[in-house]
Design a protein around this ligand. Structure first.
Ligand SMILES: Nc1nc2c(c(=O)[nH]1)N[C@H]1C(S)=C(S)[C@@H](COP(=O)(O)O)O[C@H]1N2
Ligand SMILES: [Mo]
Length: 499
């Protein structure tokens, strides 16, 4: 059993060390995890996101770790006599890692070296320890000496694997992302958003603050390890159906005219009443300006963006070019450089489209093409090709199943209809008439709007429901729909008690 575990440890460590020199995502454990994410069908992904939230990645990695431990221990036990079961297992696991790395378009051919190193180390360590262990049991062998050799071998492998793993970790994260981020805020300072946000939330009544702090901003992506890019090494290539292909550096972007806009991002996987919605002031260059530089050829209808880790999103060209929309290549978030988890050095932000069809983080490539010619990441996994954000609303206070003092109870929450704006929010208490809520100031239609309404409630149980109407006159539908294929619908209701 011990040698099974040590074989796996040695394999993982060797692969991790080699990957550190090539690409951290080539590390076998991460590569298999990433491939598992890519293979996850939409319903399972929805389940993972709703049950574990942003911890879904941790759950996946822990599950894999437990699986590996059990399999390794079992292989060790099965290999009592012959090393064949353990060797077969090592080859199978190694093969899975090779396949995983191979399946990732963002990893170059060199990346295969990492799982290959794992396979080699795993098989070698297992077979040598196995042979040493057998010698200990051989009748007539000088038991003390062989036992000592075996112990030295195991300790050596354990220490070696530990050192290799740590070295891999150290080398893989040596890129100084924070140092690179530190120079950005100074360069963003003159682009502060001029719009006032005074009176734009009811945070004292339980709504979120109008702007979400960067560390509280929801995070959704397929990246098991956050891509570690620096502004200095980053570049963006714009090509495809254009007159002049263009490659931009970070400095090129900073030298253009930048704008700052307050935008609410929303995830298509946000269930009714869910948490995957946040608002920030993004600073960046208008996509319209960038595309004017390259000259888009007639016939193109899709702006296809790719991240450094191979994620892809496709946005309609007319939405990106819409003068009322301010789609941008963002480099700043609330006055800071983008946090690494939110796409440093640069990402796309397109008001009014769900994140998966527009908001590519760590973006390094933009291709002008057609929807007929290229398919983005989530479409084969069951989501729609086009996904405008739906008009929706959420109750933030009182909390579901919470208890509040009877008497005056303030019900408060958020509503959103990015690019249209919220015109009206109505609240229904205990099946009574729909009553209009007070609305907070709405500095921009690209962001959410807060609402509240006070009720006088007797002690007991209550249910409150909310619905929003946008400025086009559309009232959100009562029809219940799943997040797949293009966003959940239905009215949010909260049950609570007063005492
Ligand atoms: N590179 C990359 N960009 C990505 C994703 C991803 O998986 N990889 N996910 C998208 C999705 S589904 C959403 S909802 C938004 C979330 O952006 P945030 O994490 O900054 O809130 O990023 C989008 N951009
Ligand atoms: Mo999303």
């Amino acid at each position: 059993m011990l040698i099974g575990l040590l074989g796996v440890a040695a394999a993982l460590a060797a692969g991790h060390l080699v990957a550190a020199f090539i690409d951290p995502n080539a590390s076998p454990f991460l590569a298999v995890g990433n491939a598992a994410i890519d293979l996850t069908p939409a319903p399972l992904k929805e389940f993972a996101v709703t049950s574990f939230g942003t911890a879904d990645k941790l759950v996946l990695l822990s599950g894999m770790a437990v699986f590996l431990l059990v399999v390794a221990a079992a292989a060790g036990l099965l290999s009592r006599r012959s090393p064949v079961p353990g060797t077969v297992l090592a080859v199978l696991l190694g093969g899975a890692a090779v396949a995983a790395v191979f399946s990732r378009s963002d990893l170059g051919q060199l990346a295969i070296l990492a799982p290959a190193a794992s396979l080699g180390a795993g098989v070698t360590v297992f077979r040598r320890l196995h042979a040493a262990a057998l010698r200990v049991q051989e009748p007539g062998s000088p038991e003390g000496i062989e036992r000592r050799k075996f112990l030295q071998g195991t300790v050596g492998v354990a220490v070696g694997a530990g050192i290799a793993g740590l070295a891999g970790q150290f080398i893989g994260t040596r890129v100084d992302v924070e140092g690179s981020r530190a120079t950005v805020p100074r360069r963003l300072a003159r682009y502060r958003d001029q719009t006032t946000v005074a009176g734009s939330d009811f945070a004292q009544d339980g709504t979120p603050t109008y702007l979400t702090r960067n560390e509280n901003f929801y995070r959704i992506d397929t990246a098991l390890s956050v891509p570690r890019l620096t502004a200095e090494d980053w570049s963006l290539r714009i090509h495809g159906m254009v007159d002049r292909e263009l490659t931009l550096t970070f400095d090129d972007v900073m030298d253009m005219d930048l704008i700052t806009r307050t935008v609410t991002l929303t995830c298509v996987s946000d269930p009714v009443g869910g948490p995957y919605i946040s608002t920030a002031q993004f600073t960046g260059v208008l996509m319209r300006d960038l595309l004017a530089k390259v000259g888009v050829k007639a016939g193109a209808d899709q702006v296809f963006s790719t991240s450094s880790d191979g994620y892809t999103a496709g946005s309609p060209l007319d939405v990106i070019m819409d003068p009322g929309r301010n789609a941008m290549l963002a480099v700043g978030m609330n006055g800071e450089a983008l946090p690494p988890e939110h796409g440093f050095p640069a990402r796309l932000v397109v008001p009014g489209l769900y994140g998966y069809v527009s908001a590519t983080k760590w973006v390094t490539d933009i291709e002008l093409t057609t929807f007929a010619a290229k398919t983005q990441y989530w479409v084969p996994r069951g989501y729609s090709e086009k996904a405008p954000i739906k008009t929706e609303s959420r109750i933030d206070s009182p909390r579901g199943l919470g208890s509040v003092p009877a008497g005056k109870v303030v019900v408060a929450g958020i509503a959103w209809a990015q690019t249209k704006g919220i015109a009206k929010v109505e609240v229904q208490m205990d099946g009574g008439p729909w009553q209009e809520a007070d609305l907070a100031v709405q500095p921009t239609k690209e962001a959410w709007r807060m609402w509240r309404r006070t009720f006088d409630l007797r002690p007991g149980s209550h249910t409150v429901v909310v619905r929003a109407t946008d400025s086009s006159g559309y009232t959100q539908t009562v029809d219940v729909a799943d997040a797949v294929p293009d966003g959940a619908t239905g009215l949010h209701s909260v049950a609570f008690t007063t005492a």
